[in-house]
Design a protein around this ligand. Structure first.
Ligand SMILES: Cc1ncc(C[n+]2csc(CCOP(=O)(O)OP(=O)(O)O)c2C)c(N)n1
Ligand code: SF4
Ligand SMILES: [Mg+2]
Length: 282
Protein backbone atom coordinates (compact mmCIF):
# COMPACT_ATOMS: atom_id res chain seq x y z
CA UNK A 1 0.00 0.00 0.00
CA UNK A 2 1.27 3.48 -0.90
CA UNK A 3 0.76 6.26 1.68
CA UNK A 4 1.31 10.06 1.50
CA UNK A 5 4.40 9.57 3.72
CA UNK A 6 6.07 7.50 0.95
CA UNK A 7 6.42 10.77 -0.96
CA UNK A 8 8.18 12.68 1.85
CA UNK A 9 11.64 13.84 0.74
CA UNK A 10 14.76 14.79 2.71
CA UNK A 11 15.22 18.17 1.02
CA UNK A 12 14.97 21.18 3.30
CA UNK A 13 11.91 23.25 2.40
CA UNK A 14 12.49 27.01 2.33
CA UNK A 15 9.08 28.24 1.21
CA UNK A 16 7.79 31.06 3.46
CA UNK A 17 5.66 29.85 6.39
CA UNK A 18 2.01 29.92 5.29
CA UNK A 19 2.79 29.81 1.55
CA UNK A 20 -0.02 28.41 -0.61
CA UNK A 21 2.46 25.97 -2.15
CA UNK A 22 2.25 23.76 0.95
CA UNK A 23 -1.43 23.01 0.25
CA UNK A 24 -0.55 21.95 -3.29
CA UNK A 25 2.29 19.72 -2.05
CA UNK A 26 0.00 17.98 0.44
CA UNK A 27 -2.77 17.57 -2.14
CA UNK A 28 -0.26 15.98 -4.53
CA UNK A 29 0.94 13.48 -1.91
CA UNK A 30 -2.65 12.62 -1.07
CA UNK A 31 -3.61 12.19 -4.72
CA UNK A 32 -0.60 10.03 -5.58
CA UNK A 33 -1.09 7.82 -2.52
CA UNK A 34 -4.86 7.47 -3.13
CA UNK A 35 -4.13 6.43 -6.69
CA UNK A 36 -1.66 3.85 -5.37
CA UNK A 37 1.07 4.95 -7.76
CA UNK A 38 4.49 4.03 -6.32
CA UNK A 39 7.08 6.85 -6.39
CA UNK A 40 9.29 5.07 -8.95
CA UNK A 41 6.49 5.13 -11.56
CA UNK A 42 6.12 8.91 -11.48
CA UNK A 43 8.22 11.60 -13.10
CA UNK A 44 7.77 15.18 -11.96
CA UNK A 45 9.26 17.93 -14.11
CA UNK A 46 9.46 21.63 -13.34
CA UNK A 47 10.92 24.86 -14.70
CA UNK A 48 12.18 27.67 -12.43
CA UNK A 49 10.45 29.53 -9.59
CA UNK A 50 9.01 28.79 -6.14
CA UNK A 51 6.40 26.49 -7.71
CA UNK A 52 9.13 24.75 -9.66
CA UNK A 53 10.84 23.69 -6.42
CA UNK A 54 7.92 21.35 -5.69
CA UNK A 55 9.54 18.19 -7.11
CA UNK A 56 12.40 18.53 -4.60
CA UNK A 57 9.90 17.99 -1.81
CA UNK A 58 8.44 14.80 -3.26
CA UNK A 59 10.21 11.48 -3.16
CA UNK A 60 9.93 10.33 -6.81
CA UNK A 61 11.76 10.74 -10.13
CA UNK A 62 12.25 14.41 -10.86
CA UNK A 63 13.86 16.86 -13.27
CA UNK A 64 14.18 20.53 -12.27
CA UNK A 65 14.85 22.21 -15.60
CA UNK A 66 15.06 25.77 -17.03
CA UNK A 67 12.64 28.68 -16.78
CA UNK A 68 9.60 27.94 -18.94
CA UNK A 69 11.08 24.73 -20.31
CA UNK A 70 9.39 21.96 -18.32
CA UNK A 71 6.88 21.07 -21.03
CA UNK A 72 9.32 20.27 -23.87
CA UNK A 73 11.31 18.11 -21.44
CA UNK A 74 8.13 16.31 -20.50
CA UNK A 75 7.42 15.66 -24.17
CA UNK A 76 10.92 14.19 -24.61
CA UNK A 77 10.50 11.96 -21.56
CA UNK A 78 7.10 10.83 -22.80
CA UNK A 79 8.54 9.91 -26.20
CA UNK A 80 11.26 7.85 -24.53
CA UNK A 81 8.86 6.10 -22.16
CA UNK A 82 5.18 6.69 -22.80
CA UNK A 83 4.26 4.40 -19.87
CA UNK A 84 5.50 7.04 -17.39
CA UNK A 85 3.01 9.12 -15.43
CA UNK A 86 4.23 12.69 -15.81
CA UNK A 87 3.30 15.72 -13.73
CA UNK A 88 4.61 19.21 -14.50
CA UNK A 89 4.72 21.79 -11.68
CA UNK A 90 4.94 25.31 -13.05
CA UNK A 91 4.33 28.87 -11.90
CA UNK A 92 2.14 31.45 -13.61
CA UNK A 93 5.27 33.22 -14.85
CA UNK A 94 7.03 30.00 -15.80
CA UNK A 95 4.09 28.50 -17.70
CA UNK A 96 2.10 31.43 -19.09
CA UNK A 97 5.00 33.91 -19.53
CA UNK A 98 8.47 32.51 -20.27
CA UNK A 99 7.00 29.13 -21.24
CA UNK A 100 3.86 30.43 -22.97
CA UNK A 101 4.97 29.14 -26.35
CA UNK A 102 5.42 25.61 -24.95
CA UNK A 103 2.08 25.84 -23.14
CA UNK A 104 0.38 26.44 -26.46
CA UNK A 105 2.08 23.57 -28.26
CA UNK A 106 1.77 21.03 -25.43
CA UNK A 107 -1.99 21.57 -25.65
CA UNK A 108 -2.02 21.41 -29.46
CA UNK A 109 -0.03 18.17 -29.39
CA UNK A 110 -2.08 16.80 -26.50
CA UNK A 111 0.96 15.48 -24.64
CA UNK A 112 -0.22 13.00 -22.01
CA UNK A 113 0.71 14.81 -18.78
CA UNK A 114 -0.83 16.66 -15.86
CA UNK A 115 0.09 20.33 -15.73
CA UNK A 116 -0.26 22.00 -12.32
CA UNK A 117 0.09 25.77 -12.55
CA UNK A 118 0.69 27.33 -9.12
CA UNK A 119 -0.96 30.64 -9.90
CA UNK A 120 0.05 33.20 -7.24
CA UNK A 121 -0.28 36.13 -9.66
CA UNK A 122 3.33 37.24 -9.05
CA UNK A 123 6.92 36.23 -9.73
CA UNK A 124 7.45 34.90 -6.19
CA UNK A 125 11.05 33.70 -6.45
CA UNK A 126 12.36 37.01 -7.78
CA UNK A 127 10.53 38.97 -5.06
CA UNK A 128 7.07 39.81 -6.30
CA UNK A 129 7.17 41.51 -9.70
CA UNK A 130 3.97 41.31 -11.77
CA UNK A 131 3.37 38.09 -13.70
CA UNK A 132 1.07 37.46 -16.69
CA UNK A 133 -1.83 36.78 -14.29
CA UNK A 134 -1.45 39.82 -11.99
CA UNK A 135 -4.63 41.86 -11.77
CA UNK A 136 -4.94 45.24 -13.50
CA UNK A 137 -3.71 48.04 -11.24
CA UNK A 138 -1.77 45.79 -8.83
CA UNK A 139 1.27 47.67 -7.56
CA UNK A 140 4.61 45.90 -7.09
CA UNK A 141 8.25 46.96 -6.62
CA UNK A 142 8.61 47.05 -10.40
CA UNK A 143 5.12 48.36 -11.22
CA UNK A 144 4.77 51.23 -8.69
CA UNK A 145 1.95 52.81 -10.74
CA UNK A 146 0.11 49.52 -11.10
CA UNK A 147 -0.09 46.76 -13.72
CA UNK A 148 -1.32 48.11 -17.06
CA UNK A 149 -1.78 44.84 -19.01
CA UNK A 150 -4.86 42.60 -18.95
CA UNK A 151 -4.36 39.36 -16.97
CA UNK A 152 -3.83 36.09 -18.86
CA UNK A 153 -6.56 33.53 -18.25
CA UNK A 154 -4.85 30.10 -18.47
CA UNK A 155 -8.01 27.93 -18.35
CA UNK A 156 -9.80 30.06 -20.97
CA UNK A 157 -6.80 29.98 -23.31
CA UNK A 158 -6.41 26.21 -22.82
CA UNK A 159 -10.08 25.73 -23.72
CA UNK A 160 -9.74 27.85 -26.83
CA UNK A 161 -6.71 25.77 -27.89
CA UNK A 162 -8.72 22.53 -27.58
CA UNK A 163 -7.38 21.11 -24.30
CA UNK A 164 -9.19 17.91 -23.30
CA UNK A 165 -9.16 18.55 -19.54
CA UNK A 166 -9.32 21.97 -17.92
CA UNK A 167 -9.89 22.67 -14.22
CA UNK A 168 -9.31 25.30 -11.59
CA UNK A 169 -8.36 24.52 -8.00
CA UNK A 170 -7.53 26.35 -4.79
CA UNK A 171 -4.55 25.47 -2.60
CA UNK A 172 -6.66 26.29 0.48
CA UNK A 173 -8.98 23.33 -0.28
CA UNK A 174 -6.71 20.27 -0.14
CA UNK A 175 -9.35 17.55 -0.48
CA UNK A 176 -10.96 19.21 -3.48
CA UNK A 177 -7.56 19.76 -5.09
CA UNK A 178 -6.51 16.15 -4.46
CA UNK A 179 -9.67 14.98 -6.26
CA UNK A 180 -8.91 17.28 -9.21
CA UNK A 181 -5.34 15.98 -9.44
CA UNK A 182 -6.55 12.38 -9.44
CA UNK A 183 -9.09 13.08 -12.18
CA UNK A 184 -6.44 14.93 -14.18
CA UNK A 185 -4.00 12.03 -13.86
CA UNK A 186 -6.67 9.58 -15.02
CA UNK A 187 -7.22 11.68 -18.12
CA UNK A 188 -5.30 10.55 -21.24
CA UNK A 189 -3.82 13.66 -22.83
CA UNK A 190 -2.89 17.06 -21.49
CA UNK A 191 -4.74 18.03 -18.32
CA UNK A 192 -4.43 21.54 -16.92
CA UNK A 193 -5.24 22.56 -13.36
CA UNK A 194 -4.78 26.27 -12.76
CA UNK A 195 -4.37 26.44 -8.98
CA UNK A 196 -5.01 29.67 -7.08
CA UNK A 197 -2.06 29.76 -4.70
CA UNK A 198 -1.69 32.69 -2.31
CA UNK A 199 1.82 34.12 -2.02
CA UNK A 200 1.76 35.42 1.55
CA UNK A 201 4.92 37.50 1.11
CA UNK A 202 4.35 39.40 -2.15
CA UNK A 203 0.68 39.29 -3.09
CA UNK A 204 -1.27 41.23 -0.49
CA UNK A 205 -4.43 41.33 -2.65
CA UNK A 206 -5.23 37.72 -3.53
CA UNK A 207 -4.82 36.31 -0.02
CA UNK A 208 -6.30 33.15 1.55
CA UNK A 209 -9.05 35.31 3.08
CA UNK A 210 -9.75 37.01 -0.27
CA UNK A 211 -10.17 33.62 -1.95
CA UNK A 212 -12.17 32.04 0.86
CA UNK A 213 -14.79 34.78 0.51
CA UNK A 214 -15.13 34.10 -3.22
CA UNK A 215 -14.35 30.47 -4.08
CA UNK A 216 -17.23 28.08 -4.67
CA UNK A 217 -17.25 24.49 -5.99
CA UNK A 218 -18.74 24.11 -9.45
CA UNK A 219 -17.91 21.20 -11.77
CA UNK A 220 -19.43 21.65 -15.21
CA UNK A 221 -22.54 19.40 -15.06
CA UNK A 222 -22.08 18.71 -18.80
CA UNK A 223 -18.26 18.47 -19.04
CA UNK A 224 -18.21 18.43 -22.87
CA UNK A 225 -20.21 21.65 -23.08
CA UNK A 226 -17.53 24.09 -24.22
CA UNK A 227 -19.53 27.36 -23.95
CA UNK A 228 -20.46 26.45 -20.36
CA UNK A 229 -16.80 25.58 -19.64
CA UNK A 230 -15.71 28.94 -21.04
CA UNK A 231 -18.27 30.71 -18.85
CA UNK A 232 -16.82 29.03 -15.75
CA UNK A 233 -13.25 29.81 -16.84
CA UNK A 234 -14.09 33.48 -17.37
CA UNK A 235 -15.92 33.92 -14.06
CA UNK A 236 -13.71 36.03 -11.81
CA UNK A 237 -14.40 38.68 -9.20
CA UNK A 238 -16.98 38.39 -6.43
CA UNK A 239 -17.42 34.65 -7.09
CA UNK A 240 -14.73 32.30 -8.43
CA UNK A 241 -15.64 28.71 -9.39
CA UNK A 242 -13.32 25.77 -8.77
CA UNK A 243 -13.80 22.33 -10.31
CA UNK A 244 -13.56 20.47 -13.61
CA UNK A 245 -14.64 22.93 -16.27
CA UNK A 246 -14.17 20.71 -19.31
CA UNK A 247 -13.34 17.12 -20.17
CA UNK A 248 -13.46 15.25 -23.45
CA UNK A 249 -11.61 12.29 -24.97
CA UNK A 250 -9.17 12.68 -27.84
CA UNK A 251 -6.03 10.78 -28.94
CA UNK A 252 -2.88 11.86 -27.14
CA UNK A 253 0.44 12.62 -28.87
CA UNK A 254 2.31 9.33 -28.42
CA UNK A 255 -0.70 7.19 -29.36
CA UNK A 256 -0.61 8.86 -32.79
CA UNK A 257 2.98 7.73 -33.42
CA UNK A 258 3.10 4.41 -35.26
CA UNK A 259 6.64 3.61 -34.18
CA UNK A 260 5.61 3.53 -30.53
CA UNK A 261 2.93 0.87 -30.97
CA UNK A 262 5.47 -1.85 -30.08
CA UNK A 263 6.02 -0.32 -26.63
CA UNK A 264 8.24 2.33 -25.02
CA UNK A 265 11.53 3.15 -26.76
CA UNK A 266 13.57 2.63 -23.59
CA UNK A 267 12.77 -1.08 -23.63
CA UNK A 268 13.98 -1.56 -27.23
CA UNK A 269 17.46 -2.58 -28.26
CA UNK A 270 19.56 0.32 -29.47
CA UNK A 271 21.50 -0.44 -32.62
CA UNK A 272 24.07 2.33 -33.23
CA UNK A 273 24.78 0.95 -36.72
CA UNK A 274 21.24 1.80 -37.86
CA UNK A 275 21.57 5.28 -36.39
CA UNK A 276 24.87 5.74 -38.28
CA UNK A 277 23.20 4.84 -41.59
CA UNK A 278 20.55 7.54 -41.03
CA UNK A 279 23.18 10.10 -39.99
CA UNK A 280 25.36 9.37 -43.04
CA UNK A 281 22.40 9.66 -45.41
CA UNK A 282 21.28 12.98 -44.03
C1 LIG B 1 15.47 32.65 -18.74
C2 LIG B 1 15.22 33.21 -17.38
N1 LIG B 1 14.62 34.40 -17.25
C3 LIG B 1 14.37 34.92 -16.03
C4 LIG B 1 14.73 34.22 -14.90
C5 LIG B 1 14.48 34.83 -13.54
N2 LIG B 1 13.33 34.22 -12.92
C6 LIG B 1 13.47 33.18 -12.05
S1 LIG B 1 12.03 32.67 -11.42
C7 LIG B 1 11.19 33.87 -12.28
C8 LIG B 1 9.71 34.04 -12.17
C9 LIG B 1 9.00 32.93 -11.50
O1 LIG B 1 7.65 33.24 -11.40
P1 LIG B 1 6.58 32.10 -11.39
O2 LIG B 1 6.77 31.16 -12.52
O3 LIG B 1 5.25 32.73 -11.29
O4 LIG B 1 6.96 31.25 -10.09
P2 LIG B 1 6.78 31.59 -8.55
O5 LIG B 1 8.14 31.90 -8.05
O6 LIG B 1 5.82 32.71 -8.41
O7 LIG B 1 6.24 30.30 -7.99
C10 LIG B 1 12.04 34.64 -13.05
C11 LIG B 1 11.59 35.75 -13.92
C12 LIG B 1 15.36 32.98 -15.07
N3 LIG B 1 15.71 32.22 -14.03
N4 LIG B 1 15.60 32.48 -16.31
S1 SF4 C 1 7.66 34.20 -1.90
FE1 SF4 C 1 5.47 33.71 -2.06
S2 SF4 C 1 5.38 31.92 -3.43
FE2 SF4 C 1 7.50 32.10 -2.70
S3 SF4 C 1 7.62 30.78 -0.89
FE3 SF4 C 1 7.17 32.86 -0.17
S4 SF4 C 1 4.93 32.92 -0.04
FE4 SF4 C 1 5.46 31.17 -1.31
MG1 LIG D 1 4.08 32.95 -9.63
Amino acid sequence: MVTPKDFNSDYQNQWCPGCGNFGILEAMKDALATQGIPPEKILIISGIGQAAKTPHFLNCNMFHSLHGRALPLALGAKLANHDLKIIVNSGDGDCYGEGGNHFMHAIRRNTDLTLLVHNNQVYGLTKGQASPTSGLGMTTSLQPDGVISEPFNGPAVALSLGAGFVARGFSGNKDHLSRLIQKAMDHKGVSLIDIMQPCVSFNKINTFEWYKERVYEADNPDPENLPQAMKLAMEWGDAIPIGIFYQTKKPDFTSRIKGLEKGPLIFRNYDPEKANIILQDS
